[in-house]
Unconditional design. Sequence first.
Length: 227
Amino acid sequence: MQTTASPSKVLLTGASGMVGRHVLDHLLARPDVGEIVSIGRRKSDLNNDKLREIVPEDFLDLSPLAADLADVDVCFHCLGVYQSQVSKKAYVEITCGYQEALTDALSAASPKAVFVLFGAQGAKPDGKGMPFARVKGRAENMLQATGFPRKYIFRPGYIHPTGARKPPGAMYRLILLPIMAALFARKPSIGITDRDLAQAMVAVGIEAKEESKIFSNQMIRDIAAPG
């Protein structure tokens, strides 16, 4: 993280996703963010002087982007996929393989960057539990093994959508979302909105006051709504 008062250069992955889009909006609104390099599977509909968007040819090899990744102060890794939408092999490749390619390229170009990972409640770094938990835990372990000076892992619970982007799948939209939305309305402590999650991630990553840390759902809620 840079120590001067000059605006930060930020790297963001997954800006077209439900949480990533809110992260992008928060970053664009901050005067202490001067440049945003966005890496994703598609470009947004935004036109902003701060934003530069890249769609890589191969997410498993980001070495061609070395110049773009130079002098990055903070990286927000939000690129992912729902395990129900892809095969087990693809889920592991996207969750772990893409992250490894990113950290390899970024550590070579910007070894002092702060790294913020959009993780999940229930991740099991000990390798136990359901496949989802093991894969998310493996991704966390891979990040912890890197040399970035500050690594922040966010483990939200239920994420309630507030924007146009919602998780894919008819079953989710027609059955699970109404159930979870009603439960969240009665008991907000089970999760957080996508907008508030993004706000907390951006605040922690840009300010970088904490040592490396894992943020639970309640910790994220406290950051988003202090007091």
